[in-house]
Write a protein that binds this ligand. Sequence first.
Ligand SMILES: Nc1ncnc2c1ncn2[C@@H]1O[C@H](COP(=O)(O)OP(=O)(O)OP(=O)(O)O)[C@@H](O)[C@H]1O
Length: 260
Amino acid sequence: MSCIRMTDVRKSYGDFLALDGLSLSVERGETFGLLGPNGAGKTTTIQLLTGQATPDSGELSVLGTDPATEPIETRRKVGIVPEKESPPSFQSPREYFQFVGRVREIDPDTLAARVDEWAERLSFRDKLDAMATDLSRGQQQKVMISQAFLHDPDVVFIDEPLANLDPIVQARVKEFFEEYREDGNALFLSTHHIEVAEEICTRVGVVADGKLVSEREPAKMGADESLLDAFVDEVDRSGDGGRSDESDAEGRSSTPTARR
Ligand SMILES: Nc1ncnc2c1ncn2[C@@H]1O[C@H](COP(=O)(O)OP(=O)(O)OP(=O)(O)O)[C@@H](O)[C@H]1O
């Protein structure tokens, strides 16, 4: 059975239709990547699947919970790295992890061992007691990735997983993602970096115009096939290619219009 499922989900903001009947499903053992142009609906999809927003219609299921009606249950079961979140500026990473541990009900010895493991894996042991406000953007991203896995969830959602990370840390994160997936868990990633999707994901879905317009398994694509070419074709065909023109630097539309 799928551990993540969306069926015919619609979501609008005012009169702007952001998701127009989006359906997808993800199985355990998969790293699913949602690829799409600015404003296509990737962040909205993650927000709906993690109970941070509610759909207008359609069905959602994550690890047997309904994020629309049981958002706390869903969030208890999954890990989340939201797009623009940082650790609280007034706390050190160690204090933040202790807070996460209390909320996630992780016993102190397990928490200490996992924090130690992540600080080692992502090379930030020397920053564990620094104020978060004094961390670089990449160091903050390391803390946010670590917190998502501390309670050993079966499913983790990450918006732009490798943003701001140096190549050595990116390699360690990719290695961990592969082990995590092979252990029977599922990762749901959102990105507009095609090379990231190609390298990390077992399956990539292209979202355009508020719908899932195609799905591909990068490992099964022929040497003459390019995910970039396929992406450009599909986005052009959906008519979503020009959507980024009406979005600002944050990807927010300044003049929301209904998709139809
Ligand atoms: N709170 C909101 N109010 C109004 N419109 C919104 C809101 N959140 C998102 N939107 C609009 O919904 C559409 C989808 O936004 P979303 O953030 O899901 O896109 P995205 O694919 O994650 O974009 P990006 O790649 O630029 O981060 C965009 O046109 C955006 O302007």
